[in-house]
Each structure stands twice: as structure tokens, then as C-alpha cells.
Design a protein around this ligand. Structure first.
Ligand code: NAD
Length: 361
């Protein structure tokens, strides 16, 4: 089996889906590996490093002849149309996001594994690209906020007086949010976080953060969050608006799988914040947690800086790629038996991830 990786084509994408380390492991497992010249350069991996690992460094056309193509972002439809029928594709493919992409996958009968569809079971944890990339994004979101904020994060005692620490609120305490809390804490800020899942209280506290109690618990049956009533939501919004008047930095990370980001911070709430405060909205990609967010832009509104960064994981391309490539190695290993392609549709990780969905059997 030939495993191939081409250079990413989406502008600004610095990550790569295969590293010299994972190339070596694929080869040790009996596969051969092709990588396009320069594919790893923006993530810090040279062609020489791939060649030393045993990979063939080739042009894009040769990569497209591989049996399995590993990518970060989806290849453009014209490229998909160049692939041989039945080629396996693994990556963040979001097939439904672009009709031409979906059409190309179907017409070439590609076996596409969009990893955002991977079930989040214990066995799938080592393949979970959403988690590994969210960790980098949460980390970078706090560094971005610290860069935009016209103040120190830590408390400082200086000859020019004492500086009080910045107050940072992290909205949403999933993988990105928890990494944001940990990072802001390491920078010395006073950190609070909140989430609708009640179990996050303990996770936030274990990182040294404070759980922001908005007086409404969404604890439902079986550990799941329940829908809030309109009155409860209004009360939560009122308390949050009050609280936001005191914070210096808000990092938004709340998301609902497969849905637009929940709107949590209204324009009025931002208007009530102190001038000089900063909102970094990691949810910009899916519409934003803040009503004012403009995806990909940073601007000022009444003295408050609002940033809606896109693809922050790419800005940490070295480690993001290392983790991403290991996730892909772990997933792709399920598709290989003694180095040969062997798709076991009884394995729920394959059957539930593949797109278009397969009928059982
Ligand atoms: P995510 O990116 O989908 O969402 C981020 C967070 O936003 C979640 O914690 C969610 O509860 C929160 N949120 C949604 N609506 C909100 C609202 N209105 N207000 C405040 N917060 C809101 O989530 P994620 O980071 O990908 O993962 C969430 C959790 O899933 C993890 O913390 C973990 O418990 C679990 N998980 C399990 C596995 C696995 O077992 N393989 C892998 C990854 C994550």
C-alpha cells in the first residue's frame, strides 16, 4: 500500500498530515510512503528528514497515485477528480461543506474518512484530531489575547507600584477551553471558566481556575446538560452581563457539535465591558459566541478589541502537525493489515466515520 501526502493547498494552512516520525512507522508496518516536495516545510519538516525516514519525496502527481491520501484540509475538487477510483482519503474533509467536493468524492467513488465524524469513544481518543487541534487552538487563543491586551496578565510588584493581575474569563470548558484556562493560569492571570456541562466545574478547578456560577445549573439526567427554560436563560444572560463588566479578557470556546456556535455574548454585553478589554472568539469559525465577531478580523468596538481568529491550530504548525499526524497514523493503522489495505466494515470506527454513510453489511 502506498500512503501519500501532498502539500496543503488552502491559503495559510501550515500544518502537514504526515511527519517523518509517522512516515517511519508506516514503513515499519509494511507500507510505502510518498510525500510531495516541500509538504512539511512550513511545519518544520524538511524533505531530507522525510527521505531519511524512508519516504519517497516526489511531485504532486505522483502523490495523487497513492492508495491512501492523508491530508489536513480537503483537497480541491479538481484534485479529487484526478484520484483513482477507490482511493482512500483521511483528514478533516467536511464533505458536506462544499457541494463540488461531495460530488467529486461520490463520482470518483473515493473512500473518504472525514475525521470530524469519528465517534468520541475511549478507543478513538488517540485518533481524535478535533481534540489535538483544539488544544493548540486554546493555547494560541490565550497568547493572542495576551498580545492584544494593553496590560500584564500576572500580578507584578514593582518600584512603580503594584500591578493587579488580569481577569480572564473562558467561556466553554471543552478541550480548547481547558487548555485556554491552563495557559492563562500559567501566565499569571486570575482565571474563571464556565460551561453548561456541570462536570466541568471540577476540571476548571483542577487547573487552578474558578468556576463561574451563573446561578443556573443545566445538570440533567445521566450527566448530560438539559435545555434551559427562557427564564433561566434570561437570568444567566443578566448575570453574565454583570460579570463581564469586571473582566479584562474573554476567550470564547463554546461549541455544539455540527451546529452553529451558541450566541452567548450579545453586543450590549460588549458595550458594557471596560474599554481596554479584549474578546477572543475561537468559535468564529462556526459563527462566533459573540454577536459582534467577524470571522478572520480583529477590530475595536467602544474601546473593546474583538478578535475572531480562524485556524489558530495552523499557527502552532509544528506541534499541531506532530499530534495530527499521530492521530492519523493511529486511525490509518486500522485500515492496514500487514501493510496491505484491508477495510473491516465491522469495525464501528470505520463504519461510523466513512462518508457517504455505508449500509451495514
Ligand atoms: P466542543 O468543542 O464541541 O465544545 C466546547 C465546549 O463548549 C463544550 O465543553 C460544551 O459543553 C461547551 N458549550 C456548549 N454550549 C455552551 C454554552 N451555551 N455555554 C457554555 N458552554 C457551552 O467540545 P470538545 O472540546 O470537543 O469536547 C467536549 C467534551 O467531550 C470533552 O471535554 C470531553 O469530556 C469529551 N470528549 C471525549 C472524547 C473521547 O472520549 N474520545 C474526545 C474529546 C472530547
Amino acid at each position: 500500500t502506498i500512503i501519500g501526502t501532498a502539500r496543503e493547498t488552502v491559503p495559510g494552512e501550515r500544518r502537514v498530515a504526515l511527519t517523518p516520525e509517522t512516515a517511519r512507522k508506516f514503513i515499519a508496518a509494511g507500507a510505502s510512503v510518498r510525500v510531495e516536495q516541500g509538504a512539511g516545510l512550513s511545519a518544520g519538516f524538511t524533505d531530507e528528514a522525510y527521505a531519511t525516514a524512508g519516504a519517497e519525496v516526489v511531485d504532486a502527481d505522483a502523490v495523487l497515485q497513492s492508495d491512501v491520501i492523508l491530508c489536513v484540509q480537503p483537497p480541491v475538487p479538481e484534485r479529487l477528480m484526478q484520484l483513482r477510483q477507490g482511493t482512500v482519503l483521511v483528514g478533516l474533509l467536511s464533505p458536506q461543506a462544499e457541494p463540488a467536493r461531495a460530488a467529486a468524492i461520490e463520482s470518483r467513488q473515493l473512500v473518504a474518512f472525514p475525521l470530524e465524524r469519528l465517534p468520541r469513544t475511549t478507543r478513538a481518543q488517540a485518533m481524535d484530531v478535533l481534540s489535538s487541534q483544539a488544544g493548540m487552538a486554546g493555547y494560541k487563543a490565550v497568547l493572542l489575547a495576551a498580545g492584544l491586551a494593553p496590560r500584564f496578565f500576572p500580578m507584578l510588584t514593582t518600584a512603580a507600584g503594584t500591578i493587579r493581575p488580569s481577569r480572564v474569563l473562558v467561556v466553554g470548558a471543552g478541550v480548547a477551553g481547558l487548555q485556554a484556562i491552563a495557559t492563562a493560569k500559567r501566565l499569571g492571570a486570575q482565571v474563571e471558566g464556565f460551561d453548561v456541562r456541570p462536570e466541568t466545574r471540577e476540571q476548571i478547578e483542577s487547573l487552578g481556575g474558578k468556576f463561574l456560577d451563573l446561578g443556573v445549573s443545566a445538570a440533567g439526567e445521566g450527566g448530560y446538560a438539559r435545555q434551559l427554560s427562557d427564564e433561566e436563560r434570561a437570568e444567566q444572560q443578566r448575570r453574565l452581563a454583570e460579570h463581564l463588566k469586571q473582566v479584562d479578557v474573554v476567550v470564547c470556546t463554546a461549541a455544539v457539535p455540527g451546529r452553529p456556535a451558541p450566541r452567548i455574548i450579545s453586543a450590549d454585553m460588549v458595550a458594557g465591558m471596560k474599554p481596554s478589554s479584549v474578546v477572543v472568539d475561537l468559535a468564529a469559525e462556526t459563527g462566533g459566541n459573540c454577536e459582534l465577531t467577524r470571522p478572520g478580523e480583529t477590530f475595536e468596538s467602544g474601546g473593546v478589541t474583538v478578535a475572531g481568529p480562524l485556524n489558530l491550530a495552523s499557527s502552532g504548525a509544528v506541534h499541531a502537525s506532530e499530534m495530527y499526524a499521530r492521530n492519523l497514523l493511529n486511525f490509518t493503522s486500522l485500515l492496514l493489515k500487514d501493510g496491505a489495505l484491508s477495510l473491516d466494515w465491522d469495525d464501528e470506527l470505520l463504519a461510523r466515520t466513512v462518508w457517504p454513510e455505508r449500509q451495514p453489511g
